[in-house]
Write a protein that binds this ligand. Structure first.
Ligand code: NAD
Length: 274
Protein backbone atom coordinates (compact mmCIF):
# COMPACT_ATOMS: atom_id res chain seq x y z
CA UNK A 1 0.00 0.00 0.00
CA UNK A 2 1.33 3.43 -0.95
CA UNK A 3 0.49 6.07 1.66
CA UNK A 4 1.12 9.76 2.18
CA UNK A 5 0.26 12.38 4.80
CA UNK A 6 -1.15 15.87 4.31
CA UNK A 7 -1.15 18.34 7.17
CA UNK A 8 -0.82 22.06 7.77
CA UNK A 9 0.44 21.52 11.30
CA UNK A 10 3.99 21.05 12.55
CA UNK A 11 3.59 20.50 16.30
CA UNK A 12 5.23 17.63 18.21
CA UNK A 13 2.13 15.37 18.14
CA UNK A 14 1.85 15.69 14.37
CA UNK A 15 5.60 15.05 13.96
CA UNK A 16 5.25 11.91 16.12
CA UNK A 17 2.39 10.60 13.94
CA UNK A 18 4.41 11.23 10.76
CA UNK A 19 7.37 9.41 12.37
CA UNK A 20 5.19 6.36 13.17
CA UNK A 21 3.79 6.30 9.63
CA UNK A 22 7.34 6.61 8.28
CA UNK A 23 8.37 3.61 10.37
CA UNK A 24 5.38 1.71 8.95
CA UNK A 25 6.82 2.36 5.51
CA UNK A 26 10.00 0.47 6.47
CA UNK A 27 7.79 -2.66 6.60
CA UNK A 28 7.05 -4.87 3.63
CA UNK A 29 3.90 -3.87 1.82
CA UNK A 30 4.04 -0.13 2.67
CA UNK A 31 5.62 2.63 0.60
CA UNK A 32 5.60 6.38 1.20
CA UNK A 33 4.46 7.96 -2.07
CA UNK A 34 2.99 11.44 -2.32
CA UNK A 35 2.65 11.36 -6.12
CA UNK A 36 0.38 8.34 -6.56
CA UNK A 37 -0.72 7.21 -3.09
CA UNK A 38 -3.40 4.60 -2.47
CA UNK A 39 -4.35 6.14 0.87
CA UNK A 40 -3.99 9.82 1.80
CA UNK A 41 -3.96 10.42 5.55
CA UNK A 42 -4.83 13.95 6.60
CA UNK A 43 -3.89 15.27 10.04
CA UNK A 44 -5.71 18.36 11.30
CA UNK A 45 -9.40 19.02 10.75
CA UNK A 46 -11.93 19.19 7.94
CA UNK A 47 -9.84 21.91 6.29
CA UNK A 48 -6.95 19.45 5.86
CA UNK A 49 -9.30 16.95 4.21
CA UNK A 50 -10.61 19.65 1.86
CA UNK A 51 -7.02 20.55 0.88
CA UNK A 52 -6.14 16.88 0.31
CA UNK A 53 -9.25 16.38 -1.81
CA UNK A 54 -8.30 19.29 -4.09
CA UNK A 55 -4.61 18.24 -4.19
CA UNK A 56 -5.55 14.73 -5.42
CA UNK A 57 -8.77 15.50 -7.30
CA UNK A 58 -7.35 13.96 -10.51
CA UNK A 59 -6.87 10.58 -8.82
CA UNK A 60 -10.22 10.18 -7.05
CA UNK A 61 -10.92 6.89 -8.81
CA UNK A 62 -7.97 5.20 -7.08
CA UNK A 63 -7.27 7.08 -3.84
CA UNK A 64 -8.95 6.52 -0.49
CA UNK A 65 -8.82 9.28 2.15
CA UNK A 66 -8.56 8.95 5.91
CA UNK A 67 -8.63 11.78 8.46
CA UNK A 68 -6.95 12.12 11.88
CA UNK A 69 -8.28 15.05 13.89
CA UNK A 70 -6.12 17.12 16.18
CA UNK A 71 -8.96 19.21 17.62
CA UNK A 72 -12.68 18.58 18.04
CA UNK A 73 -14.54 15.91 16.06
CA UNK A 74 -14.52 16.72 12.36
CA UNK A 75 -16.87 15.65 9.62
CA UNK A 76 -14.14 14.06 7.53
CA UNK A 77 -11.95 12.69 10.32
CA UNK A 78 -12.26 9.34 12.10
CA UNK A 79 -9.21 8.98 14.37
CA UNK A 80 -7.88 11.18 17.16
CA UNK A 81 -4.15 11.84 17.48
CA UNK A 82 -4.15 9.40 20.42
CA UNK A 83 -5.50 6.57 18.24
CA UNK A 84 -2.61 6.41 15.80
CA UNK A 85 -1.50 2.95 16.96
CA UNK A 86 -5.01 1.66 16.17
CA UNK A 87 -4.84 3.42 12.81
CA UNK A 88 -1.55 1.70 11.99
CA UNK A 89 -2.91 -1.67 13.09
CA UNK A 90 -6.00 -1.08 10.88
CA UNK A 91 -3.79 -0.16 7.91
CA UNK A 92 -1.83 -3.41 8.36
CA UNK A 93 -5.11 -5.38 8.14
CA UNK A 94 -6.54 -3.39 5.23
CA UNK A 95 -8.96 -5.22 2.95
CA UNK A 96 -9.89 -2.19 0.86
CA UNK A 97 -12.77 -1.13 3.14
CA UNK A 98 -14.33 2.08 1.83
CA UNK A 99 -17.37 4.31 1.88
CA UNK A 100 -18.03 6.73 -0.97
CA UNK A 101 -19.75 10.14 -0.88
CA UNK A 102 -21.23 12.22 -3.71
CA UNK A 103 -19.48 15.34 -5.03
CA UNK A 104 -20.63 18.53 -6.73
CA UNK A 105 -19.57 19.33 -10.30
CA UNK A 106 -19.50 23.01 -11.27
CA UNK A 107 -18.95 24.66 -14.66
CA UNK A 108 -18.44 28.37 -15.26
CA UNK A 109 -19.09 29.76 -18.74
CA UNK A 110 -17.97 33.30 -19.51
CA UNK A 111 -19.56 35.96 -21.69
CA UNK A 112 -16.20 36.40 -23.39
CA UNK A 113 -16.04 33.28 -25.54
CA UNK A 114 -12.24 33.63 -25.77
CA UNK A 115 -12.19 32.46 -22.15
CA UNK A 116 -12.36 28.70 -21.72
CA UNK A 117 -15.07 27.34 -19.44
CA UNK A 118 -13.85 26.48 -15.98
CA UNK A 119 -14.80 23.11 -14.48
CA UNK A 120 -14.21 22.02 -10.90
CA UNK A 121 -15.43 19.64 -8.20
CA UNK A 122 -16.41 20.49 -4.62
CA UNK A 123 -16.53 18.21 -1.61
CA UNK A 124 -18.61 20.60 0.55
CA UNK A 125 -20.20 23.29 -1.60
CA UNK A 126 -19.87 26.04 -4.18
CA UNK A 127 -21.28 29.53 -3.67
CA UNK A 128 -21.77 32.57 -5.87
CA UNK A 129 -22.04 36.08 -4.43
CA UNK A 130 -21.22 39.62 -5.31
CA UNK A 131 -18.22 41.17 -3.54
CA UNK A 132 -20.18 44.40 -3.00
CA UNK A 133 -23.80 45.15 -3.73
CA UNK A 134 -26.80 42.95 -4.29
CA UNK A 135 -26.42 39.79 -6.32
CA UNK A 136 -29.13 39.39 -8.97
CA UNK A 137 -29.52 36.18 -10.86
CA UNK A 138 -32.00 34.01 -12.73
CA UNK A 139 -32.11 30.45 -11.44
CA UNK A 140 -32.90 27.70 -13.92
CA UNK A 141 -33.57 24.08 -13.05
CA UNK A 142 -33.01 21.78 -15.99
CA UNK A 143 -32.96 24.86 -18.29
CA UNK A 144 -36.42 25.94 -17.03
CA UNK A 145 -36.53 29.42 -15.45
CA UNK A 146 -37.42 28.53 -11.88
CA UNK A 147 -37.05 31.88 -10.08
CA UNK A 148 -35.34 35.28 -10.10
CA UNK A 149 -33.07 35.74 -7.13
CA UNK A 150 -32.02 39.00 -5.55
CA UNK A 151 -30.02 38.92 -2.34
CA UNK A 152 -26.60 38.11 -0.93
CA UNK A 153 -25.87 34.92 -2.85
CA UNK A 154 -26.58 31.27 -3.52
CA UNK A 155 -25.01 28.06 -2.25
CA UNK A 156 -25.09 24.55 -3.70
CA UNK A 157 -23.86 21.85 -1.35
CA UNK A 158 -23.16 18.14 -1.38
CA UNK A 159 -24.76 15.86 1.25
CA UNK A 160 -21.51 15.70 3.27
CA UNK A 161 -21.16 19.48 2.88
CA UNK A 162 -24.73 19.98 4.11
CA UNK A 163 -23.42 20.25 7.69
CA UNK A 164 -21.06 23.07 6.66
CA UNK A 165 -22.09 26.55 5.60
CA UNK A 166 -25.33 25.12 4.11
CA UNK A 167 -26.60 24.31 7.59
CA UNK A 168 -25.62 27.76 8.88
CA UNK A 169 -27.82 29.42 6.24
CA UNK A 170 -30.86 27.24 6.93
CA UNK A 171 -30.26 24.21 4.72
CA UNK A 172 -31.25 20.70 5.71
CA UNK A 173 -28.72 18.11 6.80
CA UNK A 174 -28.67 15.40 4.16
CA UNK A 175 -27.31 11.87 4.57
CA UNK A 176 -24.42 11.21 2.13
CA UNK A 177 -26.12 8.01 0.94
CA UNK A 178 -28.28 10.33 -1.20
CA UNK A 179 -26.78 11.22 -4.56
CA UNK A 180 -28.13 14.75 -4.44
CA UNK A 181 -27.25 18.43 -4.24
CA UNK A 182 -28.95 21.15 -2.21
CA UNK A 183 -29.61 24.77 -3.17
CA UNK A 184 -29.77 27.32 -0.33
CA UNK A 185 -30.02 31.09 -0.31
CA UNK A 186 -28.06 33.81 1.43
CA UNK A 187 -30.62 36.43 2.46
CA UNK A 188 -33.03 36.62 -0.47
CA UNK A 189 -35.07 39.74 -0.99
CA UNK A 190 -38.64 38.94 -1.95
CA UNK A 191 -41.00 41.41 -3.56
CA UNK A 192 -43.29 41.58 -6.58
CA UNK A 193 -40.38 41.57 -9.02
CA UNK A 194 -37.98 39.14 -7.40
CA UNK A 195 -39.54 36.06 -5.91
CA UNK A 196 -37.84 32.93 -4.75
CA UNK A 197 -39.14 29.78 -3.13
CA UNK A 198 -37.19 30.81 0.00
CA UNK A 199 -36.68 27.28 1.17
CA UNK A 200 -33.83 24.83 0.56
CA UNK A 201 -34.23 22.62 -2.51
CA UNK A 202 -32.82 19.11 -2.80
CA UNK A 203 -32.18 18.00 -6.36
CA UNK A 204 -31.42 14.57 -7.72
CA UNK A 205 -28.85 12.98 -9.93
CA UNK A 206 -30.64 13.92 -13.16
CA UNK A 207 -31.05 17.59 -12.22
CA UNK A 208 -28.95 20.57 -13.18
CA UNK A 209 -29.07 24.04 -11.62
CA UNK A 210 -28.02 26.99 -13.77
CA UNK A 211 -27.35 30.48 -12.43
CA UNK A 212 -27.42 33.32 -14.92
CA UNK A 213 -26.18 36.45 -13.11
CA UNK A 214 -27.86 39.68 -14.19
CA UNK A 215 -25.08 41.91 -12.86
CA UNK A 216 -21.90 40.15 -13.88
CA UNK A 217 -19.20 42.35 -12.35
CA UNK A 218 -17.49 41.90 -8.96
CA UNK A 219 -18.63 38.30 -8.56
CA UNK A 220 -17.06 35.91 -6.09
CA UNK A 221 -17.27 32.16 -6.61
CA UNK A 222 -16.15 29.90 -3.77
CA UNK A 223 -15.71 26.15 -3.71
CA UNK A 224 -14.88 24.54 -0.39
CA UNK A 225 -12.04 26.62 1.15
CA UNK A 226 -11.10 28.13 -2.24
CA UNK A 227 -12.34 31.35 -3.80
CA UNK A 228 -12.00 33.14 -7.11
CA UNK A 229 -13.04 36.59 -8.25
CA UNK A 230 -14.88 36.20 -11.51
CA UNK A 231 -16.33 38.78 -13.84
CA UNK A 232 -18.57 38.29 -16.84
CA UNK A 233 -19.95 34.90 -15.85
CA UNK A 234 -22.61 34.04 -18.39
CA UNK A 235 -23.74 30.98 -16.47
CA UNK A 236 -22.72 28.69 -13.66
CA UNK A 237 -24.07 25.15 -13.72
CA UNK A 238 -24.12 22.67 -10.83
CA UNK A 239 -24.95 18.97 -10.81
CA UNK A 240 -24.11 15.79 -8.95
CA UNK A 241 -20.66 14.78 -10.19
CA UNK A 242 -19.93 11.45 -11.82
CA UNK A 243 -16.90 11.17 -9.53
CA UNK A 244 -17.24 10.28 -5.85
CA UNK A 245 -14.82 10.63 -2.97
CA UNK A 246 -13.71 7.40 -1.29
CA UNK A 247 -12.95 7.22 2.42
CA UNK A 248 -11.25 4.38 4.26
CA UNK A 249 -14.02 2.93 6.42
CA UNK A 250 -12.26 0.78 9.07
CA UNK A 251 -13.95 2.74 11.84
CA UNK A 252 -16.24 5.11 9.97
CA UNK A 253 -18.61 6.76 12.46
CA UNK A 254 -22.30 6.56 11.36
CA UNK A 255 -23.26 9.91 9.84
CA UNK A 256 -26.18 10.68 12.17
CA UNK A 257 -24.08 9.87 15.22
CA UNK A 258 -21.42 12.26 13.95
CA UNK A 259 -24.02 14.99 13.39
CA UNK A 260 -25.40 14.47 16.90
CA UNK A 261 -21.97 14.50 18.54
CA UNK A 262 -20.81 17.54 16.58
CA UNK A 263 -23.89 19.71 17.02
CA UNK A 264 -25.83 18.39 20.00
CA UNK A 265 -23.16 17.07 22.35
CA UNK A 266 -21.63 13.96 23.81
CA UNK A 267 -24.48 12.97 26.12
CA UNK A 268 -26.30 10.82 23.57
CA UNK A 269 -26.20 7.03 23.93
CA UNK A 270 -27.21 3.95 21.98
CA UNK A 271 -30.74 2.59 22.56
CA UNK A 272 -29.25 -0.90 22.58
CA UNK A 273 -26.92 -0.08 25.47
CA UNK A 274 -29.78 0.95 27.79
P1 NAD B 1 -12.52 26.76 7.87
O1 NAD B 1 -11.53 25.79 7.32
O2 NAD B 1 -12.10 27.78 8.82
O3 NAD B 1 -13.74 25.88 8.47
C1 NAD B 1 -14.78 26.47 9.18
C2 NAD B 1 -15.44 25.39 10.03
O4 NAD B 1 -16.27 24.60 9.19
C3 NAD B 1 -14.46 24.43 10.71
O5 NAD B 1 -14.88 24.29 12.05
C4 NAD B 1 -14.64 23.13 9.94
O6 NAD B 1 -14.42 21.97 10.76
C5 NAD B 1 -16.10 23.23 9.55
N1 NAD B 1 -16.46 22.38 8.42
C6 NAD B 1 -15.81 22.21 7.24
N2 NAD B 1 -16.45 21.31 6.48
C7 NAD B 1 -17.53 20.89 7.21
C8 NAD B 1 -18.58 19.97 6.98
N3 NAD B 1 -18.68 19.30 5.83
N4 NAD B 1 -19.50 19.80 7.95
C9 NAD B 1 -19.44 20.49 9.11
N5 NAD B 1 -18.48 21.37 9.40
C10 NAD B 1 -17.53 21.57 8.44
O7 NAD B 1 -13.31 27.54 6.72
P2 NAD B 1 -12.99 27.81 5.19
O8 NAD B 1 -11.62 27.35 4.84
O9 NAD B 1 -13.40 29.19 4.91
O10 NAD B 1 -14.08 26.87 4.46
C11 NAD B 1 -14.03 25.48 4.51
C12 NAD B 1 -15.41 24.97 4.77
O11 NAD B 1 -15.86 25.39 6.04
C13 NAD B 1 -16.45 25.44 3.77
O12 NAD B 1 -16.55 24.53 2.72
C14 NAD B 1 -17.73 25.58 4.59
O13 NAD B 1 -18.64 24.52 4.42
C15 NAD B 1 -17.25 25.59 6.03
N6 NAD B 1 -17.59 26.89 6.59
C16 NAD B 1 -18.71 27.03 7.31
C17 NAD B 1 -19.09 28.27 7.78
C18 NAD B 1 -20.35 28.41 8.54
O14 NAD B 1 -20.92 27.40 8.95
N7 NAD B 1 -20.83 29.60 8.72
C19 NAD B 1 -18.34 29.39 7.52
C20 NAD B 1 -17.16 29.22 6.80
C21 NAD B 1 -16.81 27.96 6.30
Amino acid sequence: MKITVMTHQTNDKVKAICQKLNELCQEDGFIWDDQMPDVVITIGGDGSMLSAFHRYRDQLDRIRFLGVHTGHLGFYTDYTVDQVDELISDLRQDHGEEVTYPLLEVSLHYEDKQLSPHHFLALNEATIKRITGTFICDVYINRYLFESFRGDGLCVSTPSGSTGVNKSIGGAVLHPSHSAIQLTEYASLNNRVFRTLSSPLVLGIEDQITFKPKNCDRLLVTYDHLAMKANQIEEMTCRVAKERIRFVSYRHMPFWKRVSQAFIGDFSKDLDSE
